[in-house]
Design a protein around this ligand. Sequence first.
Ligand code: ATP
Ligand code: MG
Length: 140
Amino acid sequence: MIEQTLSIVKPDAVRKHVIGEILRRFEANGLRITAAKMLHLSPEAAARFYVVHKDKGFFGSLTKFMSSGPILVSVLEGENAIAKNREIMGATDPAKAAAGTIRRDFGTDVEQNAVHGSDAPDTARWEISFFFGQLETHPG
Ligand code: ATP
Ligand code: MG
């Protein structure tokens, strides 16, 4: 099934100058980039995006990190895009991520783990609409 998913190159990976390498891996694995932009979240906006984690112990640290510098948000489209993107990203903790995954290669720790990817169709739809309006996406 053709799906769309939201990807974020997080502030740590932007600081490491690996935006191009990360987007290259998506395209090399058959995912099309149908929307993209760079922005710098405020702490309040990061808290809105990660509202599902508001009761977790790491919430304050996570929103501070996600607002610590610019990010690159994009929409990836393709066959099973949600699962495929998460496979390319690797496990949340870079130390446990498989060899050759983005998080293994560019993540620092379980928080500063280089990328975000939606985890289900309903969260993908919500996350895409959080960042992109209809005129900013170019499906196909
Ligand atoms: P993401 O949602 O970013 O794609 P994920 O689904 O693998 O990653 P979640 O459990 O949804 O992981 O956590 C969201 C984000 O919160 C993680 O990507 C990471 O940046 C941060 N995080 C998760 N667990 C921890 C933790 N134990 N300590 C600090 N930060 C964490
Ligand atoms: Mg998640």
